[in-house]
Design a protein. Sequence first.
Length: 455
Amino acid sequence: MSLPGMVTAALSDLVLRIPGTALGVLIGVVALVLAVVAAGTGQQTEHQIADPPTTESGGVLTVDVVLDEMRVRPDTVEVPEGTRLVLRVTNREAMVHDLQLDSGERTPRLRRGQTALLDVGPVYTDREAWCAVAGHRAAGMTMSIRVQGAHHHAPETDASDVPGVLDLAADPSPGWVARDAALEPATGSVHRIELRAVNRELEVAPGRQEQRWTFAGSAPGPTLRGRVGDRFEITLINDTEMGHGIDFHAGALAPDGPMRTIDPGERLVYRFTAHRAGAWLYHCSTMPMSQHIANGMYGAVIIDPPGLPEVDREYALVSAQLYLGEPGGQEQVDKINADQPDGWMFNGMAAQYDHAPLRAHTGERVRIWVVNAGPGGSTAFHVVGGQFDTVYREGAWVLGPDARSGGAQVLDLAPAQGGFVELSFPEAGHYPFVDHDMRHAEGGAHGVIEVTDRP
Ligand SMILES: [Cu+2]
């Protein structure tokens, strides 16, 4: 519809709905309508062919496209019908990107500063393009190619399969081995560790395996332990096809260098000194972090408080939400953004320690460290039938060993918080440990401590 046509239609509508309108009001309305129309057309032209640098010759339109800050710029390209479109695609940021058409053709993965041509061919219908690196399309790296003057319709939604509901009572897959939750004492004062970012198929619920992004092939990654004053030197090697980084909460430093995203095949060395005790999270530092954490890139660093007494047994549990589906796929990302997990896990698998209980003897002092990796949601760690006489949370003795006070029932942790509890078991039996948000417990944040009499 032409501009004057739109104004006329809007005006006659207004006049019909507001009979007897005073002339002054009508003039005001006309001005308003004109302003709205002007704003509308301004918005429309912003992303059109006039905006990006273009060259047009012999029915070929070449448009410069920039990949930067998790966006495709311009996000809309308008093309006269039948014109052959060529996109000259340049990646301007450290993270690897590409651009893929809805027909499947795509540029190679581009590092910072690299440029590739993507020949769309003659354009007769509206088309879509996006970055095919996992998670980037859902994060907003999309572009629309529009035929000038054509009727625009909404793009069809992807027909992807819906993952089934978890069966927590199912048997684990053949050959499955539980993650050992036992925590060894700290040794040495310098910790040199190599962490490789690798993709792995992991058991995330009994009998249910999913492709995950990991540090060192497991989710959570290895639990590191040291004392106040210890130095850590972690070499991160990226053995995947996408960018990753790492962020250790256990060390304080300028994030700029150590937490940068590294490309496939690259490595970085991350050095920090543990100046403060605590149960710290580490996680992938690459955006969107919600996806990188939800897909397994997290772990714990335990720095003992000075004078921490020895106990009979120590366990480390990292709680996390479980999101099924293709890592970074639209369906999974929608669930992450809506905070609608498919389940909850301790140490990377729902109901893991129902199938392989933790063990203790009656009368033993047991210390259980818990870190909440998230990416969203709280953890209310509780042992059914148990009472905590010691609680250490976020660097503070909430309930000290010498306190002439009561007991505690829950260690509550927001995302990225950590601490430990201590308890002993009065008699033999099976003591479930849960996230006492019962929706989480019933969704997999559940395990068992099997207590037997001291031999
Ligand atoms: Cu990552």
